[in-house]
Design a protein around this ligand. Structure first.
Ligand code: SF4
Length: 305
């Protein structure tokens, strides 16, 4: 799959052209609500996971043909700040076009000065923060063992001091995990210290990495809005830009594949190079949306359009 996807309509960023800066699925966290599926490489190692050259050539070609892009957005199927060439890529984009750049990140690496430096030329940084007590953090984000809440919060405060662009903090609230009044109040106090330009409250209204994950009650989200202050808003259509484009991209690839011939989950997994559990989740979604059909042939399940 290409490292560039879209442009896709996004509530916050208009027509957003996405760049995936790491392979599927390299991340510092393994969030229970992840739309992309479980993390296969849980790491803090910053390196050129994808060489800038292989992204920039494609980007230049796309920009030459497309004049409807409102934002160029680093997001995708993992954590973009893990790519140590992120700063270099943003600089190259700035030389190429005046289209603003956003970085959608889990915000876990900003305790590292190099990670903060890499996003300095971006226009908007959208980090997430779902928990501030260590137990809740472990439960919802299942982080790399060397990550702590203190490190992350300190990093976000340093980012606020050094970064001149907009910071829009996103908080994902999951029923029974981080939705207690106590945790929401504590998150609110930390948000006050970080001082982002906007706070966006979200919940899990799409298939998640784990099957038993449920969205928070609307009343809880309203309560969070009060604790998080004047700049907080509930994302109305309950969808995050963070990984939804990638999820849609995987679904689109599945449809293209089964249009040509009926396939099993195993066939789809092999063709797209994506783990079967992730494919199963998206196939379930496509069946519910009635975009594909299931047929049983000699006891084996196939999918087709
Ligand atoms: S939601 Fe984002 S930060 Fe969390 S595991 Fe998925 S890719 Fe990583």
């Amino acid at each position: 799959m290409s490292h560039i996807f879209g442009p896709v309509p996004s509530r916050r960023l208009g027509y957003s052209l996405g760049i995936d800066a790491v392979p599927f699925k390299v991340c510092t966290l393994n969030c229970v609500y992840c739309q992309v599926g479980r993390t296969s490489v849980n790491t803090l190692e910053r390196k050129e996971w994808i060489a800038p050259g292989s992204i920039m050539g494609d980007l230049r070609r796309i920009l030459e043909k497309n004049d409807t892009i409102d934002f160029i957005t680093f997001s995708g199927s993992g954590e973009p700040t893990l790519n140590s060439a992120l700063g270099e890529m943003i600089e190259q984009i700035k030389d190429m076009t005046t289209i603003p750049v956003a970085v959608l990140t889990n915000g876990t690496l900003f305790y590292l000065s190099e990670a903060r430096k890499d996003v300095m030329e971006a226009n908007v940084v959208v980090p997430s923060l779902d928990a501030v007590t260590p137990e809740v953090f472990q439960k919802i984000n299942r982080p790399h063992p060397q990550l702590t809440v203190e490190k992350i919060v300190d990093g976000l405060k340093l980012l606020r001091k050094e970064f001149r662009g907009q910071i829009w903090l996103e908080v994902m609230i999951v029923k029974g995990i981080n939705d207690s009044t106590e945790e929401l109040k504590k998150i609110g106090a930390v948000i006050h210290d970080i001082n982002p330009d906007k706070i966006q409250i979200n919940s899990v209204f799409r298939p998640a990495a784990e099957r038993n994950i449920e969205p928070a009650f609307l009343e809880t989200l309203e309560l969070a809005r009060i604790y998080f202050g004047d700049r907080a808003e509930i994302i109305e259509e309950f969808r995050s830009d963070r990984h939804s484009a990638v999820a849609e991209d995987i679904k689109g690839s599945i449809i293209q594949l089964v249009k040509r011939r009926p396939c099993t989950v195993g066939d789809i997994s092999k063709s797209l190079g994506i783990h079967e559990t992730v494919i199963e989740k998206h196939v379930d979604g496509l069946l519910k949306e009635e975009r594909i059909k299931e047929v049983i042939h000699r006891g084996i399940k196939f999918y087709q359009t």
